[in-house]
Design a protein around this ligand. Structure first.
Ligand code: ADP
Length: 377
C-alpha cells in the first residue's frame, strides 16, 4: 500500500505545535518524502526553540508510523540559528559557529544538553570516522575494507554510512533492504560480511539524500547512531560525507569519535584537502589515527608492474610533516574497483590476495591505536 504526502499531512494536522497552531500551519515543515512506505521529512526551527520542539518531533514520528502502509518514518528536528537572531545557549566546551544541530532523539541523560549528544553509544566501544577532503578519492571503499580488515582481526564491527550526499554503502555491499524495527522501535542494522551495516541509503531515495542541508545531516546521523540497535561492537566505522565544511565539522564535533582516518590520493590538490580534514579533526579534539594514501600507484592487472602515475608517496611525506601516522598505501587496481562496485569488497572476496593484506595491515594499526579503548569496554 503506498502512502501519500496528503496522508502524512493529514496525520500531522492533528498535532499541536508550541506556536499554538497545528504543526502543518506552523511553517516549519520541509518537503515530505513518501515513497515505498518510507516517510522522511524535517521540522526546521530556530535554535532557541529546539528544546520545545523535541516532543513534537517524536509525536510526529509516532503519528506517521501509525499510518497504515508506513514501514519507516524518520523525522529530523533541525535547528538553525537565523542571521541576527539571539545566539544559542553557550556550549560547555565545543561550540559550532552558526549551526546548532538538533538534539538527539532520546537524549540519554542531561535532558538534551549539548554534551548529552556527545555521550557514548551503549555497547559500542569505539566510533571512528573515515573522512576525505573531497569526493571520489575512495573514502567509502576504504571505510568498508577497513571495517572488514578489523573484522578479520577478530573484532565486532559496524559500518555507518553517514555520507548523506551520496550514500554508497548500498552499492558497495549489494544491500538494498529496509531495516526492520525491534521491540523498542530501534532500527535493526542489516548484516553482511559479518558487519552490522546502516546507511541513509536504506531509508531514503538517492535524490532525497542529495538535497539535505548541513543541520539536517547532523540530525539524521544522530538518529542513525542512537536509534539503531547496534548491539555490542568493538568498533563502529563511520563513512563521513566528503569535505570539510560546516556539516562535516558539526558531525565531527557531535559524534562521540575516538579517532579519524583520513583518505587521500597522492595528487597535490587532494593532499591540501586532507590537510583541511586534519585541521578540522584537531579543532574538535578528535585524534587523527592516520592518513591512508589511496590510488597510490597503478598496478597493472596483467603484469603486476607498478607505475606512480600520480606521484606516489605524497601522503606519506605529508603525514610525516604533520606528525600523524601514515597507515598505508593502496594501489589503484582493477580488482579493487570491480569488487567494490559489484558489492563484493576485496577483503571479503579475495581474502588471500595482496589488497586484503594491505587493508588488514591498515586495520591492525587502527586497532593498535584503539586498543586501550576497546579493552576498557
Ligand atoms: P568516495 O567515497 O571517496 O567518493 P568511492 O569509495 O565511492 O569514493 O570510490 C570512487 C570510485 O573509485 C569507485 O568506483 C571505487 O570502486 C573506485 N576506487 C576506490 N578505491 C580504488 C582503488 N584503490 N583502486 C581502484 N578503484 C578504486
Amino acid at each position: 500500500m503506498s502512502v501519500t504526502q496528503q496522508q502524512v499531512l493529514d496525520s500531522l494536522a492533528k498535532i499541536k505545535s508550541p506556536r499554538g497552531v497545528a504543526l502543518t500551519n506552523a511553517n516549519v515543515l520541509s518537503a515530505i518524502s513518501a515513497a515505498d512506505g518510507k516517510v522522511f521529512f524535517s521540522i526546521n526551527v530556530d535554535a532557541a526553540e529546539a528544546r520545545a520542539w523535541e516532543s513534537v518531533r517524536a509525536e510526529a514520528e509516532d503519528a506517521v508510523r501509525a499510518i497504515p502502509g508506513v514501514t519507516t518514518a524518520m523525522v529530523a528536528l533541525t535547528a538553525e540559528r537565523k542571521p541576527g537572531s539571539a545566539p544559542p545557549p553557550p556550549q560547555p566546551s565545543r561550540g559550532t559557529p552558526g549551526v546548532q544541530p538538533a538534539h538527539a532523539h532520546k537524549p540519554p541523560q542531561g535532558g538534551g544538553s549539548p554534551m548529552a549528544r556527545q555521550s557514548e553509544i551503549p555497547g559500542v566501544a569505539a566510533v571512528i570516522a573515515v573522512a576525505s577532503g573531497k569526493g571520489g578519492v575512495g573514502k567509502s571503499t576504504t571505510a568498508l575494507n577497513l571495517a572488514l580488515g578489523l573484522r578479520d582481526l577478530g573484532l565486532k564491527v559496524g559500518l555507518l554510512d553517514a555520507d548523506i550526499y551520496g550514500p554508497s554503502v548500498p552499492r558497495l555491499t549489494g544491500l538494498h533492504e529496509k531495516p526492520k524495527l525491534d521491540g523498542e522501535r530501534k532500527m535493526i542494522p542489516l548484516r553482511r560480511f559479518g558487519l552490522a551495516i546502516m546507511s541513509i541509503g536504506f531509508l531514503v531515495e538517492e535524490e532525497t539524500a542529495m538535497i539535505w542541508r548541513g543541520p539536517m545531516v547532523m540530525s539524521a546521523v544522530t538518529q542513525m547512531l542512537r536509534d539503531v540497535a547496534w548491539g555490542t561492537l568493538d568498533v563502529l566505522v563511520v563513512d563521513m560525507p566528503p569535505g570539510t565544511g560546516d556539516a562535516q565539522l558539526t558531525l565531527a564535533q557531535n559524534v562521540p569519535l575516538k579517532g579519524a582516518v583520513i583518505v587521500s590520493t597522492p595528487q597535490d590538490l587532494s593532499l591540501i584537502d586532507a590537510r583541511r580534514g586534519l585541521a578540522m579533526f584537531r579543532k574538535v579534539n578528535v585524534p587523527v589515527l592516520g592518513i591512508v594514501e589511496n590510488m597510490s600507484y597503478f598496478q597493472c592487472p596483467h603484469c603486476g608492474t607498478k607505475s606512480d602515475i600520480f606521484g606516489h608517496g605524497g601522503a606519506r611525506h605529508e603525514a610525516e610533516k604533520l606528525g600523524v601516522p601514515f597507515l598505508g598505501e593502496i594501489p589503484l587496481h582493477m580488482a579493487i574497483r570491480a569488487t567494490s562496485d559489484a558489492g563484493n569488497p576485496v577483503v571479503d572476496s579475495e581474502p588471500d590476495g595482496p589488497h586484503a593484506a594491505i587493508y588488514r595491515a591498515i586495520a591492525g594499526q587502527v586497532r593498535d591505536q584503539l586498543k586501550g579503548v576497546i579493552a576498557a569496554a
